[in-house]
Structures are given as C-alpha cells and as structure tokens.
Write a protein that binds this ligand. Structure first.
Ligand SMILES: [Zn+2]
Length: 357
C-alpha cells in the first residue's frame, strides 16, 4: 500500500480509562473532570435498578445532567440512526452501561454524531466494550458494523464480580481466540491477502500474556477477573491500531458467526469462539494447541460447555458456511481439505466428541 495510507490513518485510544472497585460512584466525577456535563444515557435492561442510586448520586454531586435516557432493548440500526439525530443539541457525550446491547447501541450512535462515548460494561463476556465496531441488526440480521473506539472506559469490578460464571467463561473463550486469529492473520499476510501490523500483533500477544502468564486459572479469583478485563481491552485496542479485526478474529470467529446464523439457539459468543479456537488450532497444527487445551481444561471451560453441548448437525453446517462469511478473507478454513479434516476431528478428538454431539 502507498505510504500515504499509513500516515493519514488516525488511531484513537481511550482517553479516560478506569478499572477498579467502587467506580460507579465516581463516574460523575470522571465526566466532570473531562468537562462532559450533559449526558445521553443508554442502559441495559434492569441496570438502573442495580446501579441507578449510586450513579445518579455521583452525577448530582458533580452537576452532571442526564439530557436523554433510554433503556436499550432493540439494536436495529435504523432505530439508532433516528435516536442519534434526535438527541438534544446540548448533549456532550454518550454513556452506555450494560452487557452488550446498550454498549453497541451507544457506541454506534456516538460514532454517527462524532461525540465522545464512554463505555461501562457490567460483564466482560467479550471484547466489545472497547472495540472499534458494533454488533447491530441490519435488515434484521446481526451484523458487525464499523464504529469508533470509546473515548472512555470505566469498569467497576464490584459489578463485574457479580456477573454470572458464563460471562467469565465467554470472556476467556474470546481471549484464547487470539492464538488462532494471529496465526490466520500471519498466514494471510504471507499469501499477500492481508496487511500485517507488528505493533497490533504485539499488543494482541501481550493481551494473552496478561491473562495467562501471571497467575492461577481460577476464573472467580479477583486477579483473574481484573486481568481478563485488561486483556479484552488491550485486544480491542489492537484492532483499532491494525485498522482491522484481524488481531482479534480469525477462523474461530468465522465459525462462531456461522453458528449465530445457523443455530436454533446460538450460545454466548465466547463459548462458541472458545470451542472453535481449539478446533482451528488443531487444523492449523498450531504449536500452542497443547497450551489452549490446558487452559480450557484447568479453568473448567470445557466442563462448563459440556453442560449444554453443541448440536453436531448444526456445527457441521456452520463449518461449511464459515469460509464464505467474509469475502477475500484467508484463514485456515480457506484450505480445500479443512472442512473434511474438521469433520473428522469432530468424530475422533476426545474433547470435541464430548462437546459437540
Ligand atoms: Zn470475539
């Protein structure tokens, strides 16, 4: 690519970044410090009952005004367009608080208006709380659309620790996927089908180290939860730096997207991605395969997924569809023998046999 493409690219990173305990009470102060006094607030369902009192008390203390408030139920892109452009003119920033939908909604609306967006996740089940894209309904279909990276990220670990176990397992699955995603990216670049970015790649590798080199694999341990948050956040920023989702998403994400389209009842993103990562690592003959297997075993990830197994017919259909999910996107699934090899692994691999029935 011409050099000019690089020097013109703008990279954003969160300007406001707070991860710790008791942060909900301080959101008002953080907004005040950045002179963001008039807020449009987007909340996930049930969030206001849990956080409202503490949050609004903090707002009142700092003189923060909520000029618009919405409980997010629907993530249809048309609706977001309408709402975004009808927000009061005095709006300085958009604040999204919730699991996934409220964050995707507010992030996209803020991107349309070129206003600062502050992301406050109530669980860390995927890297969406600090990524440059939103998962929305376009023409009724779940689609990943370009957004912008948050201006601010506030993570209250007091809230995160109370989220259900499935959220931590999902976050773990979304993190481990960097191993196969980075391999796919490298291979695509070697074939001249993707542009590699060393710094983004290093960040994505570092995001894995943060989580797996530091401490025990007890997903309920406070250190693990803090590191998982840091890792997912770093992974989101790696995508921004690369200008593509490549550092965080490869063949394993294609399988998960295909499962979303095919399954009667898709499972949480990171659970699908985690299992697909193990399968894709085997297909890639990835030298980290043993490491992936160990982590997903010792953390209890495989045992957790075993409680509600994948449907084999659906999984095979997803494997068939996966390579065509994205155009001109080389991954291990683009290799002509991958489908057959994958189906054979579902039959023969002891772990996969127990998870996909
Ligand atoms: Zn993901």
């Amino acid at each position: 690519m011409p050099y000019a493409t690089y020097i013109n690219k703008q990279i954003n990173i969160p300007y406001l970044l707070k991860i710790g305990y008791g942060k909900t009470a301080k959101v008002g102060k953080y907004l005040y410090d950045k002179d963001l006094m008039n807020i449009a607030l987007f909340l996930g369902e049930g969030i206001e009952d849990i956080l409202g009192d503490v949050l609004y008390k903090g707002f009142a203390e700092q003189g923060i005004k909520v000029v618009y408030k919405q409980i997010v139920k629907n993530i249809d892109i048309e609706e977001i367009n309408k709402v975004a452009f009808s927000l009061p003119a005095e709006t300085n920033a958009l604040l999204g608080i919730g699991g996934g939908k409220a964050l995707d909604y507010a992030k996209y609306a803020a991107n349309l208006l070129r206003l600062p967006y502050i992301s406050m996740p109530t669980s860390t089940s995927n890297d969406g709380f600090c990524s440059p894209s939103s998962s929305l309904l376009v023409g009724g279909k779940r689609t990943t659309v370009k957004s912008s990276i948050p201006f601010g990220v506030v993570v209250d670990l007091d809230i995160i620790k109370n989220s259900p176990k499935i959220c931590f397992y999902s976050g773990l699955g979304d993190m481990i996927s960097k191993v196969t995603a980075l391999t796919d990216w490298k291979e695509a670049a070697l074939r001249g089908q993707a542009r590699y970015n060393d710094f983004a790649s290093m960040m994505s590798y570092n995001s894995l180290d943060i989580l797996f080199l530091k401490h025990s694999t007890d997903i309920m341990a406070p250190e693990f939860q803090r590191s998982l948050t840091n890792s997912l956040l770093t992974s989101g920023i790696a995508m921004e730096i690369a200008g593509t989702s490549r550092p965080a998403s490869g063949s394993e994400h294609l399988i998960s997207h295909a499962l979303d389209k095919i399954s009667k009842k898709p499972k949480m993103h990171g659970l699908q991605v985690g299992i697909a990562t193990y399968l894709c690592a085997l297909l890639q003959n990835n030298h980290e395969t043993e490491g992936i297997k160990n982590i997903l075993t010792t953390t209890g990830f495989f045992d957790f997924v075993k409680q509600d197994t994948f449907d084999k017919t659906e999984f095979i259909k997803a494997l068939e569809l996966a390579p065509s999910i994205k155009n001109n996107y080389y991954t291990i699934l683009s290799e002509p023998d991958s489908f057959e090899r994958a189906v054979l692994l579902l039959e023969q691999d002891k772990i996969l046999q127990e998870l996909i029935k």
